[in-house]
Design a protein around this ligand. Structure first.
Ligand SMILES: [Zn+2]
Length: 647
């Protein structure tokens, strides 16, 4: 089947605009290598089938026609949009075969770990292969007798130089299985056949092929009453219809709250956004954003942990604007064969993390105490993280290829050298939001908040769109984020101070006076006893084994105790549980030097360890401490954490 412009014109929502941009695809000039120029290139046809789904492999047939008279270079991706480390998907591909248009077999020649050359064809090549997949998440491919859960870079080979060709994807039904498809791919007249306007959109379009249950709702764009995108929730789970209904209602609250930040929805290419959720005991925890959809996976169930599952839906939906359209230049165009190192993940992921939590709070889907606990935990992680002395939030962003579900067999020291850009970025978003609100309340700056900052980035970089569906015409650079803050506040010195100290520098924001504006008290936990540091132990009969590097600057580190050492006694007394160890330490005040016995590779040693004060903080509403809120605090809090939907 071939994608025709008439298909696009039938699409829901902005059909004319979609048809126009689709036409533009045919005219896009070639970029790089053997790309095609200016011709109406034929669609690449993918047929995916699951003859032995229980054995967890998928059969793929790809038909290329109208090929130029040069070898066809087939590629398997090593990177997936939204994932920042390398994932070599070619390892699961096997049984690759090819034939030409006359049915003559051609041996695929491997030319690298993820490439095959098809030489001597007649302009048509039909490739077949199988690919194994057994991980249910947002990154990989998973097939079993209940579903096929496809992340496209983990599933589909593609032809180099044919990136601008449209693609058609046909899901072949299996006998006895009444499976349907949930995807952001463009629909056609056939419910199992879809199209993509180009390779980039195809590989960004995950699909769930199963007997999922689904619900849809529409939300009118606050800026345009004619614009009413559809939101579909497609759920593969073991739960009840009541859980689906409640989940859909809550997702709708998230959508309605999120759009108030930007004031408008983007123009979803097919007029629809899809939440694909696989909540199954065998699923891995993950959530992945895409242009017009998200994949949410978890071993948890809606019946037992609805709040945690909504939290990732909230984060991913914010990505509709921040990262999918307000997009760092480092990720656009996405290179499917390389990692895409980025300086801006503190904003792209970190601010999204902040808004994921803020929108849940504003939508009333989480207790205030949970949000406060989350914020203080993030603040402590950054404030106390040893990595902050070595690297800034921008530097941490650049480490994503090593840390974002990346695999390595050697031990690393990330506990001391890395602070997640999700967490650090969340605290930067939180801090900047509060700083802007405090300045506005004092008359020291314009009446703007972080919502206005996001809206300005949207107007400058996101809203514009582009001629190529799924691509961002005007991605931003790190320097643009600083300039936008200067313009928003009319105060370049404020923007420079914030970026120099907190984003590109190593300082932590002083949150206590900012939280006080909203009537929250940020204070030490107030434990009277001493503390050994945030050292993770595993307890057993032998004692407490340190199972991660000793935190730089902690009492254990300073005493020379390191990973794999087993602490066996405190002040000469053995212990066998976390409770006993905590008790032994808490009985002594900070500053006291305790005799600690430990075993290193069987060698028993004794050292003196100087206890410190536990530096961790708590964050509580001051009314919980019997202090009344002032009117100014009440207003500050409502403007920040209250629902922004006016009705
Ligand atoms: Zn994210």
């Amino acid at each position: 089947m071939i994608s025709r412009p008439s298909t696009a014109a039938r699409l829901r929502g902005g059909g004319v605009a979609v048809a126009l941009v689709l036409c533009a695809v045919w005219l896009v000039p070639a970029t790089g290598g053997q790309s095609e120029t200016g011709v109406h290139a034929p669609s690449v046809l993918y047929e995916v089938s699951f003859p032995e789904a229980e054995h967890r492999w998928m059969q793929v047939a790809i038909t290329f026609t109208g090929l130029p008279p040069v070898p066809l270079s087939l590629r398997m991706s090593s990177a997936s949009p939204g994932r920042y480390a390398r994932h070599d998907f070619a390892k699961n591909v096997f049984d690759v075969q090819a034939e030409d248009g006359a049915g003559h077999a051609i041996d695929p020649l491997p030319s690298g770990i993820a490439r095959w050359d098809i030489e001597g064809h007649d302009g048509t090549v039909r490739v077949t292969y199988r690919v194994y997949g057994d991980r249910i998440d947002g990154t990989y491919l998973a097939i079993d007798d209940t579903h096929a859960h496809l992340n496209m870079p983990a599933s589909l080979l593609w032809g180099a130089g044919m990136e601008e060709r449209p693609a058609t994807v046909r899901f072949v039904p299996s006998p006895g299985r009444d499976w349907r498809v949930a995807t952001q791919l463009y629909p056609s007249d056939d419910p199992l056949t879809f199209t993509a306007p180009n390779l980039s959109y195809l590989l960004d379009s995950p699909a769930e092929f199963s007997a999922f249950v689904d619900r849809s709702f529409t939300v009118t764009d606050p800026s345009d009453s004619e614009h009413t995108p559809t939101f579909r929730v497609a759920l593969h789970h073991d739960g009840t219809d009541g859980e689906l209904a409640r989940y859909t209602r809550n997702v709708e609250r998230i959508v309605r709250e999120a759009v108030t930040v930007f004031g408008e929805f983007p123009r979803f290419e097919t007029g629809r956004y899809t939440f694909i959720a696989d909540y199954l005991p065998v699923a891995s925890s993950d959530a992945m954003e895409h242009r017009n959809s998200t994949v949410l996976s978890s071993p948890g169930a809606l019946g037992t942990q609805p709040q945690g599952l909504l939290s990732s839906a909230s984060h991913e939906f914010f990505h509709v604007w921040n990262v999918e359209r307000i997009r760092p230049r480092s990720l656009e165009p996405f290179d499917f064969e390389q990692v895409n190192p980025s300086d801006e993940l503190w904003l792209a992921e970190g601010f999204t993390n902040y808004y994921g939590a803020l929108i849940l709070q504003r939508a009333g889907l989480v207790p205030l105490s949970d949000t406060l606990r989350r914020f203080v935990s993030a603040i402590d992680t950054v404030r106390l993280g040893p990595g902050r002395q070595f690297r800034s939030a921008v530097d941490m962003s650049r480490l994503a290829p090593f840390t974002d579900a990346a695999t390595a067999i050697d031990r690393t020291n990330w506990d001391n050298l890395f602070i997640s850009y999700y967490t650090w970025g969340e605290t930067l978003g939180l801090g900047l939001d509060l700083l802007l609100r405090a300045r506005a309340a004092d008359g020291d700056g314009p009446a703007v908040t972080l919502d206005d900052y996001m809206r300005l980035l949207w107007e400058r970089f996101g809203r514009l769109g582009g001629d190529t569906p799924g691509m961002v015409a005007q991605p931003y650079a790190q320097v643009d984020t600083r300039a936008a803050l200067a313009d928003l506040t009319g105060d370049p010195a404020f923007a420079d101070d914030f970026f120099d100290r907190f984003v590109e520098g190593h300082e932590a924001i002083d949150y206590a006076p900012l939280f006080a504006r909203a009537g929250f008290v940020l204070a030490p936990q107030g434990a009277r006893g001493g503390w050994l540091g945030a050292a993770p132990f595993r307890f057993g009969r032998e004692g407490a084994r340190l199972i991660a590097p000793a935190p730089f600057g902690s009492p254990l580190y300073d005493a020379g105790i390191e990973r794999d050492d087993v602490v066996v006694s405190i002040d000469g007394r053995p212990f066998s549980s976390a409770g006993q160890l905590d008790q032994a330490v808490a009985n002594h005040p900070p500053g006291e030097r305790l005799r600690v016995g430990y075993s290193r590779r069987g060698d028993i040693r004794t050292v003196r360890v100087t206890l410190v004060q536990d530096p961790r903080l708590t964050l509580v509403a001051q009314e919980r401490r019997g202090q009344r809120l002032t009117e100014a605090q009440r207003q500050f809090r409502a403007g920040w954490l209250g629902s922004q939907i006016d009705d």
